[in-house]
Write a protein that binds this ligand. Sequence first.
Ligand SMILES: O=C(O)CCC(=O)C(=O)O
Ligand SMILES: [Fe+2]
Length: 266
Amino acid sequence: MTADAGLSRSNAVSAADVNDLMTRHIDRAFGPDAVAELRVRFEQEHIVPLRGLCPPEMFEQIKDEACDIIDRHGTTHDLTFEITDNTPRNMTTVGQPIIKDEGPLIDAFYFAPVLLDFVGKVVGEQVHTCPYAGEHYVISRLGRSGDTHGWHWDDYTYGIILVLEAPHYTQGGFVQAVPNTSWDKQNPDVYGALISSQVRSYALEPGDAYVVKTNTTMHRVHPIRGDGRRTIVNMTLASTADLQAELTHETNDTLFGGVRDTRVGK
Ligand SMILES: O=C(O)CCC(=O)C(=O)O
Ligand SMILES: [Fe+2]
């Protein structure tokens, strides 16, 4: 082994380090005043960027982990979903079962107790890991000019999205959100939502994250253009009320494959 290889190995972050690393980083970067500000902004807009949430010490490694998984296992979709009023999904995805097997840092990020604690402070209520494993975490990539994750709502109350690759906003790929809108799965009305409320747009950079109240905030990723690429990990968090609710997962199951099929022979 060369000295360099030894050095890089000793600097590598392992899953067991993630909660401590995140705790130190969050304490340093998001003091009480910053958290109070995020809380106010979330209350007003139902979405808030968390600039530089990913500890710099682990950013390259978690990005490489996600990119390697999607390079090897990604499924590319060009769909429209009737259940979200025929909005497009032109994107590449990987679902939870493969990440569980091959993404130890993503798994550790999601299950870090400090993440639940921090997001709980930002949104103003206790949050929980998702009771449905298929929505714990998914990787999505917009990689072709025109790719977009079209307007939709999600099944559970909260999402936290970690941005690993993103083009400059001039090449699209920014997030747009319309708070205080609701998803009637029998009669979805995206244009009605656009007309009824205010659309806000948010440019995010690699290493940033954002929290969004996904069940009542219609959101999308604006189509990308040019040669840029956008890769994210979306992690679902549940409210306490969600834990008692009977929620269904149609769009998640189609785009990301749901949970592992454990039937004999599968
Ligand atoms: O890519 C994003 O920033 C949003 C992802 C998202 O909304 C989802 O996966 O449900
Ligand atoms: Fe979403």
